[in-house]
Ligand binder design. Structure first.
Ligand SMILES: [Zn+2]
Length: 441
């Protein structure tokens, strides 16, 4: 715009109280906020208000060595509390601690002992993720300023100096207030069920636990110790409500493993292989696990055994279901709908196969859905538009969104009288969640 036009624009902007602008900017996406920042100094100042950047994380690559003081001042104005750091240099970590001393969440994307040793400088640290260490790392209470303050610890592809479980357990038990613990691919050689048992015994406040399965040799597997007994109120984490298993095989955990934690509300199982590659001679453990979880409300299954093997055990208490299972048939969907008539959130993704015209059956099978995530490819238009019959549907996420779809989405939204919100990109991920689970959330 011309000089005069922009002058008028600024004058109009100044007439409105900053709270009004703050409210307006609250509706913008991060990308839009960045555009607004570049329009004028006044807007730049308003957009950088801390209230507009809540839960926003910044990825610091330090490609050119360091950032200038203006950059850090902007982050401080936005009250940034969460960062992802992609550098192992001590100098960089010292600069970060000086510039943003109040950080509460730190994700170390390429970890080294140097970066770990700098963590003590962040006195407010509550959530820590460590990923991809090339060398083994020493982590214990002395690594952070206040071990009691740590509530979230996530370790993925990180190894300890020893593969013995005892050392690992004694390290994590030094963070007694952990509510969330993720330990993936850490090179610990121990039956997974014993690892889960040991963790639950020492971390009494744990609500969420995510572990990757250790695949021991068959011979070793067969001579394993008897299964641990249920922990109960006195024995271990009475609050554990969410369990996530990565790299799972159906027989990775004993059939009665869930009796250890019957209060689970959320179970997520990421299988290592497709069901075709998975012969299961003596039944399906997942079926038994599900029948031992009467309070389950969220279930996530990625790959794994055929749905028909466990569907009759899915508890009716379920309100949220994710099925990323190839070859999912209409019969499977019908069987699921019989089990969970009150399903509210459904993420269905049979890739590399597809639902095709069966998509039109979803409104009849799952009438109460509020949220739905699916793929669009191979679904005929008229079948896709049948989704408007879901009268309570509030949001639809299209997993394979392409620009050409906007017309179709417009038609669907018109059929729902613009009640339906269609998201085309995945929801913002929690910065702590690791690549192992990015397929789903
Ligand atoms: Zn992971």
């Amino acid at each position: 715009c011309t000089h005069n036009e922009s002058k008028t624009m600024v004058q109009t902007a100044l007439q409105l109280p900053s709270e009004v602008w703050n409210h307006v900017f609250g509706y913008l996406s991060v990308a839009d906020k960045f555009s607004v920042r570049t329009s004028c100094k006044y807007f730049k100042k308003l957009v950088d208000h801390g209230s507009l950047w809540k839960d926003w994380s910044v990825v610091l690559g330090f490609q050119n060595g360091s950032y200038n003081s203006q950059f850090w001042a902007t982050l401080r104005r936005r009250k940034v509390t969460s960062v992802v750091v992609r550098s192992t240099k001590a100098k960089v970590w010292k600069q970060l601690a000086l510039s943003l001393p109040t950080l509460t969440t730190v994700v170390i994307d390429q970890s080294s002992q140097t970066s770990l040793d700098c963590l003590k400088d962040f006195t407010n640290l509550k959530r820590l993720a460590i990923r991809c260490s090339r060398i083994s790392l020493l982590l214990d209470a002395s690594t952070v300023y206040q071990p009691q303050q740590l509530t979230h610890l996530s370790m993925c592809d990180v190894t300890f100096p020893t593969s013995a479980m005892g050392r690992f357990i004694s390290a994590v038990s030094q963070f007694p207030n952990l509510t969330s613990l993720v330990c993936h691919r850490m090179g610990i050689f121990e039956e997974t069920i014993w690892m889960v048992h040991s963790i639950l015994t020492c971390l009494r406040k744990l609500k969420h636990l995510s572990v990757s399965i250790v695949h021991t040799l068959c011979a070793f597997h067969n001579i394993s110790r008897p299964n641990p007994s249920p922990l109960g109120e006195a024995g271990g984490a009475p609050f554990l409500s969410s369990l996530e298993l990565i790299d799972c095989m159906d027989h990775s955990l004993p059939e009665d493993a869930m009796r250890l934690m019957p209060g689970l509300k959320r179970l997520a199982v990421f299988y290592k292989s497709l069901h075709k590659e998975m012969p299961s001679p003596d039944g399906c453990h997942l079926k038994t696990w599900l029948s031992d979880l009467p309070q389950l409300s969220t279930l996530v299954i990625v790959k794994g055994p055929p749905v028909k093997k466990y569907v009759t055990s899915i508890p009716a208490t379920l309100t949220s279901l994710t099925l990323c299972v190839a070859g999912l048939s209409l019969e499977d969907m019908e069987a699921v709908s019989v089990q969970v008539p009150n399903l509210l959130h459904f993420h269905i993704d049979p890739w590399p196969s597809h639902l095709g015209a069966h998509t039109a059956q979803i409104p009849h099978l799952f009438q109460k859905l509020k949220g739905l995530k699916l793929r669009h490819e191979h679904v005929p238009e008229r079948d896709f538009l049948q989704l408007h019959q879901l009268l309570d549907l509030e949001y639809l996420e299209i997993l394979d969104m392409r620009p050409q779809l906007s017309e179709l989405i417009g038609k669907l939204q018109a059929l729902t009288e613009y009640r339906l919100q269609v998201t085309t990109s995945p929801h913002r991920r929690d910065v702590l969640s690791c690549p192992c689970v990015c397929q789903v959330y």
